[in-house]
Design a protein around this ligand. Structure first.
Ligand code: HSE
Length: 396
């Protein structure tokens, strides 16, 4: 029997408590023979919670309790979460987390710290919510050279697009729905400006390519300026708008990684991914495309992934760990400016070379275009001096 402590009793932390103890609706009691929930750390009081007797407010109680074998960090961010993770690992306790910001930024050091202290640092829930992706990528695809990762990695953004298209509601109203469902981050800026997707892409890339790709090295664009008109132009050319994280291995060994909204053809399975679902296509040199699909956010899907890691940590400490990530390789990062793509452009007036798109609700003078393939600098040169309302890359 391994004793566990949860840090943070928010959406994910409370879901983990329910799944661990079998108290949630529809949750099978699977972990309770192996794991006992001993502590929950939170600055708030929860006197009416079924877990009221577990609450503590001082992390040193957990740190100094030799009975605690696994610490579950669901605080988020890189402040207290980093401090407590380091202290837990130094005390020889394994740490399981859903905290993508912490893993993407400090992953290599924390993996190293875990190895030095006979513990493991596991973070399956940090990417794709309930989708098993990190362990399959790390273990089951280990024989492959990874050629490309391309994924819908943020449930909030995908939920917003789905509500805009299916219900015809504007961006802000759709975001409120994502917040009400517990999908969005406390500050949803990270969801809608692409940083959350960027962090998840960095974790996937670091596992796939074996060296640490940092979030500040990944050009990132969000979705806040996308309108119902852009969705209508996408529909007019049999496409959907999706926020994608992509990491493409180049023939010279460099990696081109970026996050942007894209026009995605209806023939691509990514176009059919709706609501809070995420999907990640991984192209291996031996496997070809492998696709992972499931609920990318939400209390119980995320808690499911966390608890699976807790069970793995409790069962087989050494075999559960990820391979260490080599240090960052700035010389291996390819410039996004060299990537050729077609582009969707919406102009307030005038014409452009390419296929003209028409929608019934277009404003007077406005037009939508699909350009021939070119790099972004080439496109920007063509658009200089024009009144441009929107530019979105087309996924090839
Ligand atoms: N805010 C995140 C999302 C939660 O919407 O995908 C899961 O990481």
């Amino acid at each position: 029997m391994v004793n566990a402590a949860i840090l943070g009793f928010g959406v994910v932390g409370s879901g983990v408590a329910e799944v661990l103890t079998g108290q949630g609706d529809g949750v099978r009691k699977k972990a309770d023979e192996l794991i006992a929930l001993k502590y929950i750390l939170d600055v708030r009081q929860f006197p009416d919670s079924p877990f009221a007797s577990c609450f503590v407010q001082d992390f040193s109680v957990i740190e100094q309790d030799p009975e605690v074998g696994v610490v579950i960090e669901t605080i988020g961010g890189v402040g207290a979460a980093l401090d407590f993770t380091e202290r837990a690992l130094k005390a020889g306790k394994s740490v399981v987390t859903s905290n993508k910001e912490l893993v993407a930024t400090h992953g290599p050091r924390l993996l190293q710290l875990a190895a030095e202290h006979g513990a493991v640092y596991l973070f399956e829930a940090s990417v794709g919510g309930g989708i098993p992706i990190l362990r399959p990528l790390s273990d089951c695809m280990a024989a492959n050279e990874i050629l490309e990762i391309c994924g819908i990695l943020n449930g909030t953004a995908n939920y917003i697009f789905t509500r805009m298209v299916q219900d015809g509601i504007p961006f802000d109203q759709a975001l409120k729905g994502a917040q009400a469902n517990g999908y969005a981050e406390q500050d949803p800026t990270a969801d809608v400006e692409g940083q959350d997707t960027c962090r998840k892409l960095c974790i996937l890339s670091s596992i796939a390519f074996g060296w640490h790709l940092r979030p500040d090295q990944v050009p990132t664009r969000g979705i806040t300026r996308i309108t119902l008109a852009d969705e209508a132009y996408a529909a007019a050319c049999d496409r959907r708008i999706k926020l994608l994280g992509r990491a493409i291995a180049q023939p010279d060994g460099k990696v081109c990684a970026y996050v942007e909204p894209h026009f995605v053809s209806l023939q691509d399975p990514l176009a059919g991914v709706e609501d809070v679902f995420n999907a990640i296509t991984v192209k291996g040199n031996a496997t070809g495309d492998v696709m992972f699909y499931g609920r990318g956010a939400g209390k119980l899907p995320t808690a499911s992934a966390v608890v699976a890691d807790v069970i793995a940590a409790a069962r087989q400490l050494e075999r559960a760990s990820y391979r260490p990530w080599a240090p960052n390789r700035p010389e291996c990062i390819a410039s996004l400016d060299e990537l050729d793509s077609q582009w969707y452009v919406r102009l307030a007036k005038g014409e452009l070379e390419g296929e003209r798109l028409t929608i019934p609700q277009a404003q007077p003078g406005e037009s939508g275009w699909l350009t021939p393939a070119m790099t972004r600098p080439q496109l920007e040169a063509k658009l200089a001096g024009r009144e441009v309302l929107a530019v979105i890359r087309v996924l090839d």
